[in-house]
Design a protein around this ligand. Structure first.
Ligand code: ATP
Ligand code: MG
Length: 425
């Protein structure tokens, strides 16, 4: 019997792990500089949290959720995104009682039942940031600056920041009306999904991926024209803040994002180098969500970055060298006694922080040394009965093909002496 990973999932291993960890290190380091702290929430939550938090009319809730077979009384769903869980945790753990803002980040798998294609999987990974406790546009700018700095530190080129404002509840109502009139007069040209969206949530039509619908949407009225004075001032302040930090952006009034909870600011970072799934990061302000989750009314803004899409760019733009850590020493062995000594010495060296490899396949000495070459060992020795008896081994510098006779009992000291200069090669 053989098994395959489920459709839309991928194993991450080998050199890729090296890339992922480098990127994760950058994410964590940047967050530290912005005083954003990690949160780890469960991989599954009550289904209702996503229905309310993400929104009943979103693609995620209507089509994409992995809701588990009921175990006990409550329905639970694998997280399709990270914001709802972070918001639930903020309320449940009374983080609103702490001095604000509360700045959280997560690196998490997310699950959506979608048609797998390049840049779209059923289990994928998100890096996300949520900032709770401020309504001010400077906080939106702070969130955007984190995403911007992360992309900058990774070294990603040719990426555009697009920003828009959906306004508050009143502006949304006003725009919905204008948009409904527009869509209503073009309804025959739209796909079936959009016809349904027109009834339930016309804003969703702007987010449709269908090419025909996109053409219709091009002529749709701009949401910015429906903004009231306050929302317009908020949007202007955001632009001023971004200008102030030297972060370039484009205003795109068609950006609405896939989730229902956004108010005022929405934004995306988009690349045109990874095919049609070019949005690597999406986010915005969601001032109603904490209240919706049973907490006190709290301003909030955040984003999520798709790490698979980031990795596609890291690879295609050749941003991170994949060379792994070299092995410091390969300890070859002859016979059982030689192996036991190699194992004991090797374990001691490993405890001292030296990267050691030795033979666990009972290969010939020749095969062992060939393997030592293959794994890029900096040094090698071979231990047999004779070496044990005389306490004397040949320490070979593999890069320079130079050998020196040293005492086996002082291998650690001799190695430490040489590793400083060898690691600079
Ligand atoms: P898209 O328009 O590509 O479907 P979305 O609006 O559903 O994206 P969000 O819910 O905002 O995306 O998620 C944030 C980010 O997570 C996206 O910008 C993208 O980079 C990534 N992402 C979303 N869905 C997937 C998926 N199925 N596979 C891989 N990455 C994804
Ligand atoms: Mg989607």
């Amino acid at each position: 019997m053989t098994f395959k990973a489920p459709r839309g999932t991928k194993d991450i291993f080998g050199e890729d792990i090296f890339l992922w960890r480098k990127v994760e290190d950058i994410l964590r380091n940047v967050c530290e500089k912005f005083r954003v702290f990690e949160i780890r929430t469960p991989v599954f939550e009550q289904t209702e949290l996503f229905q309310r938090g993400v929104g009943e009319t979103t693609d995620i809730v209507t089509k994409e959720m992995y809701t588990l077979e009921k175990k006990g009384s409550e329905s639970v769903t694998l997280k399709p995104e990270g914001t709802a869980g972070a918001a639930r945790a903020f309320v449940e753990n009374s983080m609103y009682a702490d001095p604000q803002p509360t700045k959280l980040y997560y690196i998490t798998p997310a699950f959506r039942y979608e048609r797998p294609q390049a840049g779209r999987q059923r289990q994928f990974h998100q890096f996300g940031v949520e900032i709770f406790g401020s309504y001010d546009a400077s906080c939106d700018a702070e969130a955007i600056s984190i995403a911007y700095e992360v992309l900058n530190q990774i070294g990603i080129k040719n990426i555009e920041l697009k920003i828009n404002s959906l306004g508050g509840n009143e502006c949304r109502k006003k725009y919905n009306k204008t948009l409904k009139e527009f869509i209503g007069s073009n309804i025959e040209r739209l796909c079936d999904d959009c016809k349904e969206r027109f009834e339930k949530n016309p804003l969703r039509v702007l987010d449709c991926k269908n090419e025909n619908c996109k053409k219709v949407i091009d002529d749709a009225p701009s949401v910015i024209e429906s903004l009231d004075e306050e929302c317009l001032a908020h949007f202007e302040a955001l632009k001023k803040n971004l200008d102030n930090m030297g972060i370039p952006y484009i205003v795109d009034s068609k950006i609405v994002r896939g989730l229902d909870y956004y108010t005022r600011t929405v934004f995306e970072f988009v690349s045109n180098e990874i095919g049609s799934q070019g949005t690597v990061c999406g986010g915005g302000r969601y001032d109603n969500l904490i209240g919706e989750c049973g907490g006190p009314k709290t301003g909030a803004v955040g984003f999520a970055m798709g790490l698979e899409r980031i990795m596609m760019l890291v690879k295609s733009q050749g941003l991170i060298e994949t060379k792994g850590k070299d092995v410091d020493i390969y300890i070859g062995s002859i016979g059982d006694e030689g192996f036991l000594k190699a194992q004991a010495v090797g374990f001691e060296l490993r405890k001292s922080g030296i990267c050691v490899e030795y033979d666990t396949l009972k290969r010939s000495v020749k095969a062992q040394l060939k393997y030592a070459n293959k794994i890029n060992a900096k040094f090698s020795v071979v231990i047999g009965e004779n070496e044990i008896k005389t306490d004397c081994v040949n320490l070979k510098n593999m890069t320079e093909s130079k050998q020196e006779e040293i005492k086996l009992s002082s291998l650690k000291e001799e190695l430490f002496k040489r590793l400083g200069s060898a690691s600079e090669n």
